[in-house]
Design a protein around this ligand. Sequence first.
Ligand code: ADP
Ligand code: ZN
Length: 531
Amino acid sequence: AGTASAGSDSEVLATLRRVFGYEDFRGEQEAVIEHVVAGGDAVVLMPTGGGKSLCYQIPALVRPGTGVVVSPLIALMQDQVDALRALGVRAGFVNSTQDFDERRTVEAEFLAGELDVLYLAPERLRLDTTLDLLSRGKISVFAIDEAHCVAQWGHDFRPDYLALSVLGQRWPDVPRIALTATATHATHQEITQRLGMPDAKHFVASFDRPNIQYRIVPKADPKKQLLAFLKQEHEGDAGIVYCLSRKSVEATAEFLCRNGIDAVPYHAGLDAGTRSAHQARFLREDGLVVCATIAFGMGIDKPDVRFVAHLDLPKSVEGYYQETGRAGRDGLASTAWMAYGLQDVVQQRKLINSGEGDGAFRRRAASHLDAMLALCETAQCRRAQLLTYFGQEPQAANCGNCDTCLTPPETWDGTVVAQKLLSTVVRLKRERGQKFGAGQIIDILLGRRTAKVIQFDHDQLSVFGIGEELSEAEWRGVARQLLAQGLMAVEGEYGTLVLTDESAAVLGRQREVRLRKEAPKPAVARAARGE
Ligand code: ADP
Ligand code: ZN
């Protein structure tokens, strides 16, 4: 890092331009960097994609010595280091994936003062050898990334983070900066306390993106719904359409092209040349639509993305927020639009059930999905729900720029229909020990003599045809909401519907079920334009 004892702000800005090639700082970046360069401690809360890395990379470059970055994301260290080296920053890392020689080389560079940035896995700081090594070199700043990992009651607690309080004790004169994208107020306090940073200045960026209009519609024929949305509101605009599978990425791009919309596919199965050509076109041209898996978007900084559409349900609110956040970086009106249906819920539950990982991993995946479903099914303001999820106070109970604010959904008493559906689930379980998904149950409720209904004598059940008051689409909506509310569950790898502990209360009439009425065509588009 540099030779100046402290950077003036022109030096900070000059570094941003010279090393990183960006014209200006974003949001709180400059304030954070100046504070740290001047030797102060900082706790930084910024959404993912908000630009946290520069908050420690620039102080590491401007202050004399090496910036030591503690990060639990070992798998990303090589990429981070490569990216910095490509910019001419002298960077290295020490973690368990290295062999002895590689580690010794990095350590020697550090001791010789030849590193600007050194990434360390948190468990290394439990070792005396690491602490001795650090004592023998010169350190400009400590950055503690993913600082919420120190919070014991949080999702991502890592015991190794507790040992990080030693940094302040052993190096009282080296500024520390703790960064995170997910922190409730309680987590924030725990970070300050456990890392021993009582005098740190707090920088809290707002997670609100007021220019993005959030909308989630019931999925019927997603490609057609998407096309109508684009034709009505975003003809000729640049945007991203996220799909879960490579196949649906391809199919969606083709469908849009056939219908006169300039669209290209992007997913990890395409060769590198095609991928980078499509990405370059997206950045350069006006009004190109990229249909992509979540592989697309990392580090893409196109200011005038006018919409982000989801044809499949993201796995978490964090993912949804990050992906939709790629819209409207220029601050102009943009739309985050999603089509979401019963099959999404069943599909994702099946994935969790059949997926790898231990119990804790699955429980975490399930709780992420639950939060995402709650956002989809809410009858309240979506923005308020998003902000509350990230631990921030919404400015108002109703933002006026999301679908539920613009066309408040009606709710209705769905207790009786829920009982009908759940009784059918019970019957199927009892009669044969066979496993059936939502399709069969809805066919029975509607009294349809399909081959599969006849094969299993389901037309003989007392519940056969008891649900003719609702359409198939309405029944799917009911099933989806019961799943989202935990009044029914998906078991195993085949999407079998089963009861939960909560279902009994519904069947026993001790519990009312409120359902959201699904407006077939919300008048959101016109309302949003003030017509
Ligand atoms: P975070 O760590 O908060 O998720 P990053 O530090 O990875 O975010 O930054 C997200 C993206 O924004 C990166 O592509 C980064 O290069 C870009 N970026 C950060 N700061 C600026 C800036 N001042 N101007 C333009 N792009 C920026
Ligand atoms: Zn709202």
